[in-house]
Design a protein around this ligand. Sequence first.
Ligand SMILES: *[C@@H]1O[C@H](CO)[C@@H](O)[C@H](O)[C@H]1NC(C)=O
Ligand SMILES: *[C@@H]1O[C@H](CO)[C@@H](O)[C@H](O)[C@H]1NC(C)=O
Ligand SMILES: *[C@@H]1O[C@H](CO)[C@@H](O)[C@H](O)[C@H]1NC(C)=O
Ligand SMILES: *[C@@H]1O[C@H](CO)[C@@H](O)[C@H](O)[C@H]1NC(C)=O
Ligand SMILES: *[C@@H]1O[C@H](CO)[C@@H](O)[C@H](O)[C@H]1NC(C)=O
Length: 365
Amino acid sequence: MYANALVSLIALAALSHRVSAAGCTIASLDDVANAVKNCTAITISGFTVPAGQTFSMKNLKSGTTVTVAGNVTFGTGVFWSGNMFELSGTNITFDGQGNTFNGNGPFYWDGQGGNGGLTKPSKMMVITSSGTFKNLNVLNSPTHAFSVGNSSPLTISNIKLDNSLGAQPNSQSGGKAAGHNTDAFDVSATGTTITGCTVINQDDCLAINKGSNIVFSGNSCTGGHGVSIGSIKTGGNVQNVTISNNKIINNQNGLRIKTYVNATDASVKDVTYSGNTVTGATDYGVIIEQDYTNEGATGTPTNGVIVSNINFVGTTNNVAVASGAKEVFVLCGSGSCQGTWDWSALKVSGGSKGSMNFAVKGFTL
Ligand SMILES: *[C@@H]1O[C@H](CO)[C@@H](O)[C@H](O)[C@H]1NC(C)=O
Ligand SMILES: *[C@@H]1O[C@H](CO)[C@@H](O)[C@H](O)[C@H]1NC(C)=O
Ligand SMILES: *[C@@H]1O[C@H](CO)[C@@H](O)[C@H](O)[C@H]1NC(C)=O
Ligand SMILES: *[C@@H]1O[C@H](CO)[C@@H](O)[C@H](O)[C@H]1NC(C)=O
Ligand SMILES: *[C@@H]1O[C@H](CO)[C@@H](O)[C@H](O)[C@H]1NC(C)=O
């Protein structure tokens, strides 16, 4: 009895030693290299990352658990163009426990994002790990929030990105919304699920540039440019995407596929939209366009990107646009929209109809 208790006590002590080993807590950038190299249970305590330096947790040991125990603030005072936080490794469990990574965006915001003006950090969160990444609040990303590039399955859940302050002008933005290019999730990855996340931003809530087996479900997106596949560039292939049960509130667009003018050797295929709710879209409810450029749409689509099997099926997608907006716009290049497009689970309302140059099944404007 006594011996058993002693054994459990020793086991417990050993376990707690493993979990809280001094070298496995990160309380400054000086602690990172050792923790990454030597630990499989890492705690991040609240601290400030000096501006101009990347908090990089790359090549973690397989199976590592990373637990956030306090707020991490990215310092200001330096205009620089690196990434703020990086995470890689296989089968990594990252649990933010409801703590905040604060990007201090207002210091960098000038209404121009990545297009000019002040030098800004490139990406706030570069996640190429597989496993899970959950329960983190991300506040005020300078530009892009998450760049997701896993090659083995990764589930991202319960992330709250709050860039709501960026919707207002500041002293550096000349009257424009201060936050710009604040994409929530830029995905070039295989086997990514993003679920149960809440986003308030000023650009795409989701932008899938390439990859396959991607699920975006049960998220809420407010104030940005909508849920996008693209912009697809030359060589960008996207396949097997499910976008379901999301709420897309007061965005420029609801659901969008955009391919670059003159892009070639690229494709978007097997996309399913189900159970999404779009409200208050100010430009388009559903838009699929092959005339995209960063400077705006040309109006003349090109056909080097094949777009096939784009379906609205399963639970009804309710798409309500603002008055003055268009409900649906489809502009395919000559012969580059292909396969079956079953749109029987799409209902649109609220604006002018728009137009479609490709015939779909189960839906008419
Ligand atoms: C890993 O831990 C060992 C001792 O357990 C130590 O000697 C070594 O310096 C640590 N590695 C790093 C990168 O600090
Ligand atoms: C993943 O890591 C966990 C520990 O966090 C471990 O229990 C599990 O066996 C690992 N799975 C694989 C497939 O390596
Ligand atoms: C962490 O940051 C959030 C968001 O700014 C704040 O509400 C919370 O009070 C902070 N927590 C601590 C312990 O400072
Ligand atoms: C499509 O992606 C889902 C989610 O990752 C996956 O479960 C499914 O097997 C994929 N389908 C095909 C045909 O690869
Ligand atoms: C697309 O290619 C055509 C022909 O080369 C060229 O005239 C046009 O400027 C290109 N458009 C864009 C937006 O690059």
